[in-house]
Write a protein that binds this ligand. Structure first.
Ligand code: FAD
Ligand code: N01
Length: 566
């Protein structure tokens, strides 16, 4: 009895101590931003420039987000670097020289660091700090944000720049803890790198990360065993150094290139890589109008490149199936062993259902003597053992295990924070049946909270730097507008959100993304129990930008704005 009351007293004291510490650490800002990837960095720069006080909170110990965490061998961007970069400051884009068509992770991280230095960003970022909760206080009309360091931040606005691909997914496989060697995840790679030269490696997953890492690890390791559940469609990157001549030409044309990126479907125009010397890459032809002989001749001549010029592959299921056959024909030519070739062949789902993958030497890797492909369609993983992986086909031994198993995408980082809105409801509950937003920018019931590249915006279907810039500009302008008009609260109206969600779903219907045979992380299909909802907006970057601009020009139509809150 006595010890129970002693425990109670101790608990009470602990709570009081925690409260005292929080009170002591309470800090007030106009805006709290969560995340210091490209989104959080540009938000800080932009809002600071408008004269707002801003605190950025970041779990990692430096800036860069994706490019800070994903340091696996072979990590690289698959959008031309000249376009996967910020356009908000012409001096920045003129000063920075990319060295390759598609930059590798170290160079992109260097660029992120350059931005942090150039705009003196780090002084307003709290590193090594994870946000645990964000609650809207309806009486005070502000957000209260708490962290794992015991800090409490109060701010009028809270912007979640937490990333769409920032929560690594490690599948639950029996025996994981029994494995005797080191275990890595591509999405949280050791900063000091990993030397595989004296060991045998097993890797699970053949999405973008796996396909980039496999050729590089195979070159280094004694032996590499690849566990593949679903073969992917992947195209050669043809990456190469950028010449001074190209850099100068692109820089001289930057104003036009940026304008065209913003108006395009995906934020990518591939300047300098068009057919027949055209400035931009634009497929225009119809595969349906070709004969079997023409298709065979094209594959013979151009390999996978044969598919690039046809616009109907992404629109018409019959054209898509023809493209899949051409793809498999080319793949068969590249692989020495017919059984391995068959195992690598994607079948039963369309090209374009999953995020496109671009690789360097992926298929050639499977002709190496030190690489074994395990096609899990012939017998899946049963468990992890101390020395490898037990499948229905047998046991495979190795010394180090790599998960290239992706992310809890788009909603993962947001749902891991205890976010509570005006009536105390959690975002997790509100999104239990799938994410719902107005324009991917706000959620009804969560006033003054914005999401950067949130579900319901083009986001991961686009060159993210273009979408990040557009969202940051829109959000900053909105906050600036509110200050100018002495407004305190902005909240997406329920009806506007409802209509936007319906529109997002409607444009995704009958696309390759939502084909019944399609399983992708866009649909949440990679996470057991996640609702099957197509999360990003397929309508295109240019169309979406126009819609957001119209909404703002109409006094933030579809949002409720008030001086004293609702
Ligand atoms: P992130 O870079 O993910 O940053 C979010 C930050 O928020 C992280 O640093 C994270 O630590 C922090 N954070 C999250 N939750 C919390 C919390 N609770 N508390 C504190 N901090 C938190 N996109 C393209 O357009 N082209 C590409 O070629 C491309 N390649 C990619 C390659 C890889 C390997 C991956 C994983 C993604 C790639 N992407 C690509 C998408 C990429 O995520 C975006 O391009 C972009 O970098 C996202 O920036 P961000 O700032 O929005 O998010
Ligand atoms: O993740 P993924 P990722 N047993 O989800 C497999 C961006 N990115 O990290 O397809 C066995 O695509 C899973 O198999 P299946 C880009 O947006 C860009 O590779 O579910 N296997 C799949 O093969 C990308 O789309 C670049 O059957 C399991 C793999 O793991 C996104 O990040 C580079 C399994 C996961 O693939 C995510 O890519 C890297 C299990 N239990 C990343 N669970 C660029 O180049 C999962 N898998 C731009």
């Amino acid at each position: 009895m006595q010890s129970a009351s002693l425990n109670e007293a101790r608990d009470k004291q602990d709570k009081q101590d925690k409260q005292d510490k929080q009170d002591k650490n309470r800090q007030q800002f106009d805006v709290v931003v969560v995340g210091a990837g490209f989104s959080g960095m540009y938000l800080l720069h932009k809002l600071r420039g408008l004269g707002f006080s801003v605190a950025v909170i970041e779990a990692g110990d430096d800036v860069g987000g994706t490019w800070y965490w994903n340091r696996y061998p072979g990590a690289r961007c698959d959008v031309p670097s000249m376009e996967y970069s910020f356009s908000f400051d012409d001096d920045l884009q003129q000063d920075w020289d990319w060295t390759e068509v598609m930059a590798g992770q170290p160079e992109i991280l260097k660029y992120a660091n350059h931005i942090a230095d150039r705009y003196d960003l780090r002084r307003d970022v709290r590193f090594n700090t994870r946000v645990n909760s964000a609650h809207f206080d309806a009486d005070e009309q502000h957000w209260q944000v708490t962290t794992d360091q015991g800090d409490v931040y109060q701010s009028r606005f809270c912007v979640m720049a937490t990333g769409c691909l920032s929560v690594p997914n490690t599948p639950t496989i029996d025996g994981h803890d029994d494995f005797a060697g080191p275990i890595y995840h591509t999405g949280n790679w050791p900063h000091e790198g990993v030397d595989f030269s004296t060991v045998r490696v097993g890797i699970i997953g053949t999405g973008s990360s796996g396909i980039q890492a496999i050729p590089v690890i195979a070159e280094q390791a004694q032996h590499l065993t690849v566990f593949q559940r679903t073969p992917n469609y992947t195209m050669p990157a043809h990456n190469r150094p950028l010449s001074d001549e190209f850099l100068n030409k692109a820089k001289a044309n930057y104003e036009q290139i940026r304008a065209d990126q913003r108006a395009s479907m995906t934020g990518i125009v591939s300047y300098g890589f068009g057919f027949g010397g055209a400035d931009y890459f634009e497929p225009t032809e119809s595969l349906l109008e070709t004969t079997a002989e023409q298709r065979a001749a094209l594959v013979e001549k151009k390999g996978f490149g044969a598919l690039q010029q046809f616009a109907d592959i992404s629109l018409d299921p019959t054209a898509n199936e023809l493209a899949c056959e051409m793809y498999r024909d080319q793949l068969a030519r590249l692989i020495d062993d017919p059984q391995t070739a068959d195992a690598l062949m994607p079948k039963g789902y369309p090209i374009g259902c999953k995020r496109p993958v671009i690789d360097t030497n992926y298929y050639a890797t499977f002709n190496r003597d030190n690489v074994t492909l395990v096609d899990l369609r012939r017998g899946g993983i049963e468990k992890i053992t101390a020395t490898g992986v037990q499948t229905a086909q047998g046991h495979y031994e190795f010394d180090a295990l790599v998960y290239a198993t992706g992310f809890d995408a788009m909603t993962g980082a947001l749902e891991r924070i205890d976010i509570r809105g005006r009536n105390g409801e959690t975002l997790r509950d509100v999104w239990a049946a799938g994410p719902r937003t107005y324009l991917g920018l706000q959620v009804h019931g969560f006033p003054n909270m914005f999401t950067v590249t949130g579900p319901g915006s083009p986001s991961v279907l686009s060159n993210m730097l273009v979408s990040i810039e557009q969202h940051v500009d829109w959000i900053s302008d909105c906050i600036d507008h509110m200050r100018a008009h002495q407004l305190q609260v902005i909240e997406a109206a329920a009806a506007a959100e409802e209509a936007w969600v319906a529109h997002v779903n409607q444009v995704a219907e009958n696309t390759m993304f939502t084909a019944p045979s399609c399983n992708s992380w866009y649909l949440g299909a990679n996470i057991p129990g996640k609702p099957r909802i197509f999360m990003p907006y397929v309508g295109g970057v240019g169309t979406y930008r126009d819609k957001c601009d119209e909404v703002a020009a109409a006094g933030y139509a579809g949002f409720e704005l008030s001086a004293a809150g609702t």
